[in-house]
Ligand binder design. Structure first.
Ligand SMILES: NC(=O)c1ccc[n+]([C@@H]2O[C@H](COP(=O)([O-])OP(=O)(O)OC[C@H]3O[C@@H](n4cnc5c(N)ncnc54)[C@H](O)[C@@H]3O)[C@@H](O)[C@H]2O)c1
Length: 334
């Protein structure tokens, strides 16, 4: 199979390529990535010399580039995005340009090149927020109620993907995933930020609404689910990918302090970001019953494994830490 992965120099996309090349060593993967602050060649170093791997530096929002990149491609997996809510508050425009317009250009290229499957990576955050005590989980057919510029751009992109399906018959699938953690995640996101602070013996900054919670998934679980959706998923359908494992900001902090053997005095509280959603939770009934997927990586064990990875790979995150902290210095969340 010949795949085009976009955003493959970022966190989840690079782990997807690593996963795929190992599982399907005969397949060929092209990675199209603009190399924004979040995309780094260092992240792809371990597979960059694989003979079945090709890298193209380019923007999904450029038709000439995407037409070339989709030539002879059977499956497109679109991870490329501006992905950080905190950054979307400072510059919403780039989120709309990359996530919405970029996705449309990529869909257009895939249509013209007769790509057999366009799989779009989306997020649970398109469904809006749940109350902390609400007894329901988001289902695939729920309406989109995004509340932040990032979430709105992802929801808009999903609508464009479905419009290509209904209008042009493009062979699309979409997956909505919960919060990921694992190796190679940029140190401005909560888990790597806390881990790298603790490695440096610094306090960890919790948002004041520290009871707000997320559903956490190890990145390989996400990528295995995407693999199954590509292989077995029905064109025109959306699938939710989650674990049911909910952790508050406070829980994450406490688990990490336990792993590092540090006291609770390492926690400090900073202002919330604007529009901080309280909670998301996905029902995974559809992907479990129709495609036979379920998450297998247990949270505590894989959080510990992630800590080990950051301890062993300072070469990767240390050059990025300064930029990550500069972002929070600007917003007073340091
Ligand atoms: N991180 C999560 O917890 C999570 C959860 C659910 C869904 N998602 C979605 O998964 C995808 C990947 O997320 P991530 O956390 O790996 O993000 P990331 O920010 O680590 O990586 C994004 C990658 O996209 C590239 N990129 C950005 N703009 C581009 C453009 N115009 N053209 C080509 N490449 C471009 C960047 O250079 C980077 O390599 C995103 O679509 C995101 O919305 C993420």
């Amino acid at each position: 199979m010949k795949l085009l992965v976009t955003g493959g120099a970022g966190f989840i996309g690079s782990n997807f390529i690593r996963y795929w090349l190992e599982k399907y060593p005969k397949d060929k993967i092209t990675n199209l990535d603009k190399l924004t602050y979040a995309g780094r060649l260092e992240t792809t170093e371990d597979f960059s010399k694989n003979k079945n791997y090709t890298f193209i530096k380019g923007d999904i929002g450029d038709l000439k580039t995407t037409l070339k990149a989709t030539e002879g491609i059977e499956v497109v997996v679109n991870f490329a995005a501006e992905s950080h809510n905190d950054r979307a508050i400072q510059d919403p425009g780039i989120f709309v340009r990359t996530n919405v317009l970029g996705t449309q250009i990529l869909l257009e290229a895939a249509k013209r090149q007769n790509v057999k499957r366009f799989h779009h990576i989306s997020t649970c955050e398109v469904f809006g927020e749940l109350e902390l005590n609400e007894k329901r989980a988001f289902k695939e057919e729920d309406p989109f109620r995004p509340r932040t510029p990032y979430n709105a751009s992802k929801a808009a992109a999903d609508h464009v993907v479905m419009a290509y399906y209904h209008t042009f018959g493009s062979p699309v699938t979409i997956s909505h995933c919960s919060n990921n953690y694992g190796p190679y995640q940029f140190p401005e996101k909560i888990i790597p930020r806390f881990i790298t602070n603790l490695i440096d013996n610094q306090k960890i900054p919790l948002y004041k609404s520290s009871q707000n919670r997320r559903e956490w998934i190890y990145v390989d679980d996400h990528n295995e689910a995407v693999d199954i959706v590509i292989r077995k998923g029905k064109v025109g359908e959306m699938y939710s990918i989650g674990t049911g494992v909910e952790k508050s900001v406070e829980d994450i902090a406490d688990s990490l302090l336990k792993i590092f053997g540090k006291p609770k005095s390492y926690k400090k509280y900073v202002p919330d970001r604007a529009g901080h959603d309280k909670r998301y939770l996905l029902s995974t009934k559809k992907i479990r019953s129709e495609l036979g997927w379920k998450a297998k990586y247990e949270f505590d064990a894989y959080l510990e494994k992630t800590v080990e990875w950051y301890k062993e790979n300072e070469w990767w995150w240390r050059p990025l830490k300064k930029e990550a902290e500069a972002l929070y210095a600007k917003t007073g969340q340091k």
